[in-house]
Design a protein around this ligand. Structure first.
Ligand code: PRP
Ligand code: ZN
Length: 287
């Protein structure tokens, strides 16, 4: 039981792969992930890593080949699999979108009535069209959806878009957002107790890494006369640390601020007389 490992499935190459590997590394899990590698064993954590096509990961988990995995929400929404979604991971944000060739004069979704749409997401697209009362022919293809219009296979496509460069290079224009998606950690439903213990350990680290990403560490010098107003701008985790500087009448303040509004906080701090402001990234944050 002591050498039991949890098996995690990651995308072998594509939108999710690099961030998935980075996340595990930030969780202190060390492993080899050279190109073309199918499997790896972590050196310092009870984890075996499988590198697979992202679209196949839910099936592998359902079939007990892998215990947990990192996939896009888009795949979960398309396939009604018996697996559990545990934690949104905040990366590989993308959208499932409808796109048409540049020459298609598109004004509203009604323009897709009676048209042929190529997609790898027939269920999500079917539901979306039904909600919009549009009848179109859905043509399911498993890859390279973006070339379907240029080879005469379809009038439009419904595919994942992240940077938009795939659509652009294929002369397609995005016209409707069907679904927003990001990476999530998923697991098999019937993990045994030792597997659940390993998962809990990993999840604890993932949450610490993700909390850290949403926050910054800030240090600054403040004139004592304005300490109170400056502290009010810095809630911190509990409350900011205040230490006297060698120079009389000044203090050093340390705190944590949300990544979302740190520019605004920094401007306000400057206006209140703060000096020598340093803002640092946090690797892990455990509250
Ligand atoms: C998706 C999609 C496009 C690409 C879009 O592929 O099918 O090919 O990403 O990204 P872009 O807007 O940045 O160009 P995915 O990574 O899921 O690979 P797969 O199709 O091989 O599964
Ligand atoms: Zn994919």
């Amino acid at each position: 039981m002591n050498n039991q490992k949890l098996k995690i499935a990651l995308q072998k190459s594509g939108r999710l792969s690099e961030d998935s590997v980075n996340l595990l590394n930030k969780c202190g899990v060390k492993f080899e992930n050279g190109r073309g590698r199918l499997k790896s064993v972590a050196r310092n954590f009870p984890l075996e890593i499988f590198f697979l096509r992202d679209d196949d990961i839910p099936q592998y988990i359902e079939d007990d080949v892998a215990d947990i995995g990192i996939v896009g929400e888009n795949i979960l929404a398309e396939e009604n699999r018996q697996i559990e979604s545990l934690e949104p991971l905040g990366f590989s944000r993308c959208r499932l979108a409808l796109a048409v060739p540049k020459s298609f004069s598109y004004e509203s979704i009604k323009d897709l009535e009676g048209k042929k749409i190529a997609t790898s997401y027939p269920k999500i697209l079917g539901d979306f069209l039904a909600r919009n009362s549009v009848n179109a022919e859905i043509h399911r293809i498993s890859g390279s959806v973006e070339i379907a219009p240029s080879i005469g296979l379809a009038d439009a496509v419904c595919d994942l878009v992240s940077s938009g460069s795939t659509l652009f290079t294929n002369g397609l224009r995005e016209v409707e957002t069907v679904l927003q998606s990001e990476a999530v950690l998923v697991s098999r439903k019937n993990l045994d107790a030792p597997q659940r213990a390993i998962l809990a350990k990993l999840l604890f680290r993932i949450k610490a890494v993700n909390a850290a990403k949403q926050n910054k560490y800030i240090l600054l010098n403040a004139p004592d006369a304005r300490l109170k107003e400056i502290i009010e701008l810095l809630p911190g985790i509990k409350s900011p640390t205040v230490m006297p500087l060698a120079e009389k009448g000044w203090s050093s303040i340390h705190s944590v601020i949300a990544e979302n509004d740190f520019w605004e906080v920094v401007e306000n701090l400057k206006n209140k007389g703060a000096e020598g402001i340093l803002v640092l990234s946090i690797d892990q944050m455990i509250s």
